[in-house]
Write a protein of this length. Structure first.
Length: 116
């Protein structure tokens, strides 16, 4: 019914930049909350950045000032611009689209590796 797909991950040196994209398709085209999460080996999945339909954003303290979440006008594509990347940003990054706390959809994830 809803497919969420991330892209844009890869290998980058510390200090570099990457931009992740997340496209949602299917019968639901509007989501109240869109977000990026990440999970490093041995760690729990954590919130990186979220954006509400009205444009209110929230960031993890560890990425404030370096990462920016945005979306296109239609809200179909959500982006995560990541600048000044650090080795500790290495993780699988997941996109989440939520209707509410009980109805949400995850992508399969995209690997981001930052070398020192």
């Amino acid at each position: 019914q809803v497919q969420v797909e991330e892209s844009g991950g890869g290998l980058v040196q510390a200090g570099g930049s990457l931009r992740l994209s997340c496209v949602a398709s299917g019968r639901i085209t509007s989501f109240n909350v869109m977000g990026w999460y990440r999970q490093a080996p041995g760690n729990q999945r954590e919130m990186v950045a979220t954006m509400t339909l009205s444009g209110i954003t929230n960031y993890a303290d560890s990425v404030k000032g370096r990462f920016t979440i945005s979306r296109d006008k239609a809200g179909k594509t959500v982006y995560l611009q990541m600048n000044s990347l650090k080795p500790e940003d290495t993780a699988v990054y997941y996109c989440k689209r939520a209707i509410n706390s009980q109805v949400h959809y995850w992508g399969q994830g995209t690997q981001v590796t930052v070398s020192s």
